[in-house]
Design a protein around this ligand. Structure first.
Ligand SMILES: N[C@@H](CCC(=O)N[C@@H](CS)C(=O)NCC(=O)O)C(=O)O
Length: 205
């Protein structure tokens, strides 16, 4: 299997953290693809041109990150990362959807930041930043329910919080969210997180 990959993408990071937590990293070859490069996007076998994109041994393309994570969970060995059925499945998938929505909003903020200052939209930035911090407040209320879990939901939450620290370094979410802070500080020490710290996309060639 091959993964179209970049060390700058939080969506890719979710997949790599899952591979490390399952102990299957060796089964997937990483193929570099810079999402800011038109040529790399064209070479990614997804009509969306986005990463992550997994290419199976049969040559099938699988995307996006939630689908890749479920595929690897079902098809590969290692601890289960998504319940196959039951109420827990919907809870975990919804938690992942919240984190993914937060990441999407932060990617929008990142894209705005690439524009010249006079071309940036204050409205778009404020709207998307508010989404992220509403998400963080919701996670503070929810953290007691997921504190000891390692699954696609908590992996996505940890990647989203790490990306929030990178995207909004001036903003302190920890003071108002002590339970989430304690959970994140512990999760963030896992080798799957320390080995996948994102690089700034502006510095990636
Ligand atoms: N919903 C997708 C989002 C993937 C995504 O937005 N990837 C970005 C990199 S972080 C990308 O490839 N952007 C290039 C583009 O949209 O043209 C997922 O969960 O995988």
């Amino acid at each position: 299997m091959k993964l179209r990959w970049s060390p700058t993408s939080p969506f890719v990071r979710k997949v790599v953290v899952l591979m490390k937590e399952k102990g299957i990293e060796g089964a997937v070859e990483k193929e570099k693809s810079n999402p800011l490069s038109k040529d790399d996007r064209a070479a990614t076998p997804s009509p969306l041109g986005q990463i992550p994109c997994l290419i199976t041994d049969d040559g099938a393309s699988i995307y996006d990150s939630p689908v890749i994570m479920e595929y690897l969970d079902v098809e590969c060995d290692g601890p289960e990362m998504l319940p196959r059925s039951g109420g827990g499945r919907w809870t975990v998938l919804t938690r992942q959807a919240l984190a993914d929505g937060m990441i999407t909003s932060m990617v929008v903020c990142f894209v705005e930041s690439l524009k010249k200052p006079d071309r940036r939209s204050g409205g778009i930035l404020a709207h998307n930043k508010a989404i992220v911090f509403k998400g963080i407040a919701a996670l503070e209320d929810d953290v007691g329910a997921f504190a000891s879990d390692i699954d696609v939901g908590t992996i996505s939450v940890a990647v989203a919080l790490a990306f929030a620290d990178q995207t909004f370094p001036e903003d302190d979410w920890r003071t108002d969210c002590p339970a989430l802070e304690a959970w994140f500080d512990e999760f963030n020490r896992r080798p799957s997180m320390t080995e996948t710290v994102l690089m700034d996309a502006r510095e990636f060639k």
